[in-house]
Design a protein around this ligand. Structure first.
Ligand code: PEP
Length: 249
């Protein structure tokens, strides 16, 4: 079962209108591989979603960086999955480590969010990953499996889920996982899906890597058999994002 390479750009809490327009114009003027080779999704802050969605050429899709865990209502400051659907936003990132660690989102909460977003018709980039302490204590796979299980407990249809393996120690640090380190976890994660969900889901679900990916290291990572793409933070704000997209070829 072929897995189309997937590259996500997580712009995090960055940008002004002018800066966002500049990134959009760089993306629009780039020649990128066709959609059967790579699926590209960029994720600006909520306030810029309509602007980016309206101005980007159709080679790209747009994702929100988060959404509320259930139907909207009296939840001040939140944005619901229904609102994203209403805006025509197809994707959402859920469970990013910055939300897990800074805002205290638990595995169960993330699982509930993924399930609710999917139920509303959104496609989900679900993030998992261990801290440096967890890696050094040898619990990487246990942590990643527990995070994935909390999602698997609530989700039966995986066709609209991309898993982003993002070791916390690699995010925004410049300390990228080696291709072998990424491959090892992706392979184990796929094995976990095979044993705990199904062989079909294991074979078809894209597992992408995130953490200090840049134009210089993407090719080697992309060559690993279980690395199906990237979730890119810092470098997604720069022209080198195009090189990362092209690593799909
Ligand atoms: C991220 O935030 O998802 C990420 C991978 O960040 P960076 O590429 O900057 O490490």
């Amino acid at each position: 079962m072929g897995r189309t390479f997937f590259v996500g750009g997580n712009w995090k809490c960055n940008g002004t209108i002018d800066e966002v327009k500049k990134i959009v114009s760089t993306l629009n003027s780039a020649e990128i591989p066709s959609k059967d080779v790579v699926e590209v999704v960029v994720s600006p802050p909520f306030v810029f979603l309509p602007l980016v969605k309206n101005e980007l050429k159709p080679d790209y899709h747009v994702a929100a960086q988060n959404c509320w865990v259930k139907k909207g209502g009296a939840f001040t400051g939140e944005v619901s999955a229904e609102m994203l659907v209403n805006l025509g936003i197809p994707w959402v990132i859920i469970g990013h480590s910055e939300r897990r660690l800074i805002l205290g989102e638990t595995n169960e909460f993330v699982g509930d969010k993924v399930a609710y977003a999917l139920s509303q018709g959104l496609k989900v980039i679900a993030c998992v990953g261990e801290t440096l302490e967890q890696r050094e204590s040898g619990s990487t796979m246990a942590v990643v499996a527990a995070q994935t299980k909390a999602i698997a407990d609530k989700v039966s249809d995986w066709k609209n889920v991309v898993i982003a393996y993002e070791p916390v120690w690699a995010i925004g640090t410049g300390k990228v996982a080696t291709p072998d380190q990424a491959q090892e976890v992706h392979f184990e994660l796929r094995k976990w899906l095979q044993s705990n969900v199904s062989a079909d889901v294991a074979a078809s679900t894209r597992i992408i890597y995130g953490g200090s990916v840049n134009g210089g290291n993407c090719k080697e990572l992309a060559a690993k058999p279980d690395v199906d793409g990237f979730l890119v933070g810092g470098a997604s704000l720069k022209p080198e994002f195009i090189d990362i997209i092209k690593s799909a070829e």
